[in-house]
Design a protein around this ligand. Sequence first.
Ligand SMILES: [Mn+2]
Length: 327
Amino acid sequence: MKKICDELQKAALLVASHKNPEGDAIGSTLAFYHTFPDKKVELFNADPVPYFLKFLPGVEKIRHQMNELSGEYDLVVIVDCANPDRVCERFFQQIKPKFTINIDHHESNSYFGDLNLIDPKASSTGELLFQLFSCFPQKINSQTATCLYTAIMMDTGSFRYINTTPRSLEIASKLANLGADPAWIARNVYESHPPARLILLGMALQTMVFSPDGKRAEMTLTKEMFQKAQADVSFSEGFINYLTSVAGVEVAVLFRELDKNTYKVSFRSQGRVNVAKLAEELGGGGHFQASGTTLKGSLDDIKKLVRQKVDELIAQSKNASQRSYSN
Ligand SMILES: [Mn+2]
């Protein structure tokens, strides 16, 4: 952390995070912008900012096309990315940074930076950044606090998942003291949806399937449903949580059509089954309680494979005790 703090003081920065961004990716990216108001800080994300994060201060500063970036960078900071191609294809080939700092909390991180700050026990990258920014003499300002609070709130599912620790709660409390407004942030993230989101949710709920023992639950979203509801991908954020809200469900699965015969498969665990392991077996990655992968093939074949893998894992985890996050 000390070494990273020293490097951060030296040069202009380019900060980037993973495509298809959520609160931790965008909040962590923006936090750098607000932490160094007197220095050139450029921000990049390959995909647009989802509507429920547009309230965050500074979102308009994020560039989305690589040709909008000024080119030569001495120092690039990558946040919340387990590996470099999560940023986007050809990012590193095109940018060729002289020095890369990698800050993340994914267990599967490949340590691709010249300096790596990786802590799988941290709830979020936002939590790590709070600790990092505490190295600087200046106080964390209210914009940074808002961005970091949003990052932690979203990655802990509003302080409900097993990554909600005394430390993450303590940091959230400190951020509230530094100017983050929890009620205002929650209203913007969770209660500012367009009606089309509920139309899409209605369609998704009709596709619900439970396994006979009720431990596996799934839902399917097709491109046709998005068209009918006039919704884009960001409208389905959080749908999978409706499945884990059902008593007895251990693993929830959401199949989302990306293209003909290509599906994004997302997993959520109620906390007993490690879905990071599941996603890795299927070529993806993520966290103990939230993970995903992309699979090719017919929807029927994909469902068959996924159901078998999920059921196996649930059976294997039969005697596993509740995972303690501090282990
Ligand atoms: Mn994260």
